[in-house]
Design a protein around this ligand. Structure first.
Ligand code: 2OP
Length: 225
């Protein structure tokens, strides 16, 4: 059976720091820390909503975390500016290594799926705008289960939706919470260490492989067979 790869989207395929240039035009030198707080709070909201079983989709987590971040930094953005920032979340760029690596993986016979907290519609739009949608056989969204990563149910859902099995499927993610969630659910998982400063949580649940670029992925997958 061909190996199925589930690619996390935000932070793995797509650079969420891509909003910084828009932010700089609005708030100047606070942009980088603002963007990081926004991303961290967006994820925190998904974890809290999952645990509370009070679901709202990832787009709501993104907009409410933007509101929090504005208040946290005492930055007053107009509704138009907030709408522009949220719209920029659907036009974020793919990382430089994505196109080349995905093309080679498809040629080598791997089945590629995007696998994200984001709603199917939001991810479809984002991947199309980033010019990488055609590399994927499909999009698997946690929104279908009204839950978020790292709920083990979402990894099981990924396998069902892609008709894969634990021994023929990998999660590919730059987010340690996602990698640990997939490994804890019994999947193979590759951690894409997008920054030298990134720390993998010291839980004793390790990625199957660590890579610093998607270019290394195919070699690691073949070696892991
Ligand atoms: C995802 O794309 C949030 O990066 C995470 O599901």
């Amino acid at each position: 059976m061909a190996t199925t790869l589930g690619f996390d989207v935000y932070g793995t395929l797509i650079d969420t720091q891509g909003v910084i240039s828009t932010l700089e035009s609005m708030i100047g030198d606070k942009a980088s820390s603002f963007s990081q707080t926004w991303r961290e709070k967006q994820l925190e909201y998904s974890f809290r909503r999952g645990l509370m079983q009070n679901y709202a989709n990832f787009g709501v987590c993104t907009s409410q975390s933007l509101e929090y971040t504005c208040q946290h930094y005492a930055v007053s953005l107009t509704d138009t500016q907030k709408s522009e920032l949220l719209a920029s979340y659907s036009t974020l760029p793919a990382f430089d290594d994505v196109q080349g690596a995905l093309g080679k993986l498809r040629e080598a016979g791997f089945r590629l799926h995007a696998f994200s907290n984001g709603s199917e519609a939001a991810v479809e739009t984002l991947l199309n705008n980033a010019g990488i949608r055609d590399y994927f056989d499909g999009v698997v969204s946690c929104d279908d289960l009204r839950s978020f990563k790292p709920n083990p149910a979402v990894y099981a859902y990924f396998l069902r939706k892609t008709k894969a099995t634990n021994d023929s499927a990998w999660l590919i993610s730059s987010n340690p919470f996602d990698v640990i969630g997939a490994r804890s659910a019994g999947m193979y998982a590759a951690w894409v260490q997008r920054s030298q400063a990134a720390v993998f949580d010291p839980w004793g649940i390790e990625p199957t492989v660590r890579i610093s670029s998607l270019v290394e992925l195919q070699g690691e997958l073949v070696a892991a067979r």
